[in-house]
Design a protein around this ligand. Structure first.
Ligand code: F6P
Length: 364
């Protein structure tokens, strides 16, 4: 067994329940191999300003697998290849500071970086790998839209929270004969909306993969009226859009951030339903509730397995790859096969077919 390796680990992008479990597995498995683990704070920023790097021992991570969020911190900003920096006249400029990350990595005599993240963070990990940094990727996103892995951790927790919320909406919607429209996360893919919508007996599910027609959504709701079902639940993914329309957003939100913060589609749909059907409608956005709290058992176990598998890849020197779930195994996938590929809900898949067969409308 290789002795005395120094492993760095960072987490990038939005947090997801299970991040701490990955960390717990990495630290404990490393300790049992006689390796050291260094926690990098706030994604790649912690490799630019290295003052906050912490050496982690098993006592730091004991049973943090049950805690949501990440004790290392994470950020959606701070891409070292396009770092937002304020210039002399106070404007934000994007500069490539990746050489500094590589220099710091070498100066600290680190042997490997375990990069836990979604598409954006894994793209950075791959770019650093091409510059000579030995990296192993661990896939993370509640949206479950990463290519090459059957599932990402955080997704099961998010679906459970969304399903519970939908369950809670039924009685209030029924009491008031209302349409409740609930917006869930899902930027490019409708996995959370689909799985929670089916599980929570929604009447309508709107996902980014299927542009919707408001008329068809309203017709479906009014067909329910004919059966004396006077209330309805609509689940809409934040990235869904009407036919010929675009997604709704709230701008970039933070200085230096390159993507937009999505939001507002539930409000749009609820207002249109009220306008076109005359039915009382309300909207709500589940937002970050879906990312908070303790990971489900499934997510904990998957995260622990991913963390332990990442160390096995370090041992085999399979740098430039990512751990992925390919049931019943965890496999190594080259990072270049992962990045840029979004895993969308297949339109001919069994889950979507199930939804259609039990009478759920997708607005198409
Ligand atoms: O992690 C992915 C995600 O949850 C998306 O579904 C959502 O659009 C985004 O993060 C929200 O990011 P933020 O936390 O920056 O608002």
């Amino acid at each position: 067994m290789t002795k005395g390796l120094k492993i760095a680990i960072n987490m990038g992008g939005g947090d997801a329940p299970g991040l701490n479990a990955v960390l717990e597995a990495v630290v404990r498995s490393a300790y049992n191999r006689g390796w050291e683990v260094y926690g990098i704070k706030n994604s790649y920023e912690g490799l630019l300003d290295t003052s906050e790097i912490i050496r982690l021992s098993p006592e730091h991570v004991w049973h943090i697998s049950s805690i949501g969020g990440t004790i290392l911190g994470t950020t959606n900003k701070g891409n070292p290849f396009q770092m937002p920096l304020t210039n002399a006249v106070g404007e934000i400029e994007f500069r490539d500071v990746s050489d500094k990350v590589v220099d710091n990595f070498k100066r600290l005599r680190l042997d490997c970086l375990i990069a836990v993240g979604g598409d954006g963070s894994l793209q950075i990990a791959h770019d650093l790998f091409k510059k000579g940094v030995p990296v192993i990727g661990v896939p993370k996103t509640i949206d479950n839209d990463l290519a090459a892995t059957i599932i990402t951790f955080g997704f099961d927790t998010a679906v459970s929270i969304a399903t519970e919320a939908i369950d809670r909406l039924h009685p209030t919607a029924k009491s008031h004969d209302r349409v409740m429209v609930v917006e869930v996360m899902g930027r490019h893919a409708g996995w959370i909306a689909l799985n929670s919508g089916i599980s929570g007996s929604a009447d309508v599910i709107l996902i980014p993969e299927i542009p919707f027609d408001m008329q068809k959504v309203c017709d479906h709701i009014m067909e329910g009226e004919l059966r004396r079902q006077r209330y309805a639940i609509v689940v809409v993914a934040e990235g869904a859009a009407p036919e010929g329309g675009t997604t709704l957003d709230k701008g970039s939100g933070e200085a230096g951030r390159q993507d937009v913060v999505l939001g507002g589609i539930a409000d749009y749909v609820a207002k249109e339903i009220s306008r076109q059907t005359g039915k009382d409608s309300r909207s709500l956005v589940l937002g970050h509730l879906q990312r908070g709290g303790s990971p489900t058992t499934f997510d904990r176990l998957l995260s622990l397995r991913f963390g332990a598998a990442a160390l096995r890849l370090v041992e085999k020197k399979k740098f430039g790859s990512m751990v992925a779930l390919d049931p019943p195994d965890i496999k190594a996938i080259p990072l270049e096969n992962v990045i840029g590929g979004i895993k969308r809900v297949p339109l001919d898949g069994d889950t979507l077919q199930t939804a259609r067969e039990i009478g759920i409308c997708f607005g198409d």
